[in-house]
Design a protein. Sequence first.
Length: 115
Amino acid sequence: MTTTPAPFHDIALADLKAGLADGSILLVDVREAEEYAAGHIAGALFNPLSLFNPAQLPAPGAGQQVVIYCRSGRRSVSAMEKARQGGRPDADTHFGGGILGWTGAGEPVKEGMEA
């Protein structure tokens, strides 16, 4: 009997913003360096999909949730699959709207390579 992996989860913009504000979300951006530098969600850690290594995902602190995002939701799903295969089932949530959903809602971005 084959077991089906648990589904991935999508987080709403309001929940993402609240989690960033209260420190309960550990946000990971899996876009490439030029995309991250051009504008990312403040506090997002950089772990590009082309070099994605689940072992480089920081362990969430008590009460924290790992959330992955990209441009529009495709690469974040790939990253979650790689994380699951790499033994990180805690990285099962993404902001499916990606940076396009974030900026489309009028939210600010931070430029450069620093989180």
